[in-house]
Design a protein around this ligand. Sequence first.
Ligand code: COA
Length: 370
Amino acid sequence: MQRYAQITGWGMYVPERRLTNQDLEKMVDTSDEWITSRTGIKERRIVAPGEACSDLSIKAMDQALAVAGLAPTDVELVILGTSTPDYLMPGAVFLVQDHLGVRCPAFEIRAGCCGFMYGLVAATQFLAAGACRNAVVIGTEIISTYLDWTDRNTCVLFGDGSGAVVLEATDTPSGILSYEMGADGSGLDWLVIPAFGSRYGVDPKAFETGDVYIHMQGKKVFRFAVESMVEVTRRVVYKAGLTMDDIDLIIPHQANARIIEYAAKMLRVPMEKVYVNIDRYGNTSAASIPMALVEAVQEGRVKDGDKVILNGFGAGLTWATTLVQWGKVEAQMLEAGFWQTVLGQARQVNARARDLVSNVSMLIAAARSS
Ligand code: COA
């Protein structure tokens, strides 16, 4: 029997400090009008000094565990999607795992804004294979540390935050029904923080060149994002044997409201079926999809049985989209169970009939030869 990974818990955390467009007007040559019309962003959250990736992750995870009713010591796997961990080595995920008080496997995924989505797909495979009964998947980003606050092209776009989900194994169709993910490293320098990996080394020159900060080729990323969101969403819906009309809500990566609106138009999906909260948080990279999912659930936009598209794209370049069936689906389960029973009985009748024919043939053959 196929095993599924149901999302049973969700949580998010954003830092206290709000940075509004009006605040940014005092820092760089920009305006609330420009930022709002080009991106849809009104404000974003910024960490306090000393607040790191694991701090945000733990707060989001604790909330998700409380919703799931799962004890921290019962967690069997932790995956953290982030490009901004506490330290270069080892991963922030080990501080998160240590907080749980259980020695479970834990690893990090660096796939730009798709870090959480890659983690969601990976965890689902672990659960489907029976390798564990539950998993916590977190997306956290503290991009503000790596922004050049004198560069208006980038500093207005991003914010800090964290979102987490708990997955639990089930036999009921739930969680990811279909997905597609991929990468194209030829676009790596479209969105990159060049220092201080092993190529660059620990070179103080990075501060003079600005290579400690995020570099982005906005127009190229914009085009890639729209194309990816449209194409990959179509393929994932098709893979599940559904049409766009069957989709109740699309929760896309919150990179730019214009990217989302263009893509929705091309997909012929009304904006009422698309969740957007970029106005309050900016682009929180790997945290944006779980954060948007949490708010969509809290606002009652996602109900049991709903089919929800989670759509990610970002640095790498990477893309990852899933079609998720939300909650436990009793009616469908009963229906599926009923038809499985009918089908099973039909097969059994068929097998018995074959046995009967074969037995009668053997009896006739035996009677003839005697
Ligand atoms: N305030 C005011 N003016 C700004 C500005 C700001 N914050 N940022 C850029 N500008 C200026 C530019 O300097 C340029 O001026 P110029 O014509 O005198 O050179 C002008 O606005 C137009 O810039 P342009 O780059 O054409 O704007 P755009 O419409 O492409 O929007 C982005 C820029 C960054 C908002 C857009 O390209 C984008 O969202 N790209 C995708 C980014 C993204 O999603 N990244 C993360 C992916 S996970």
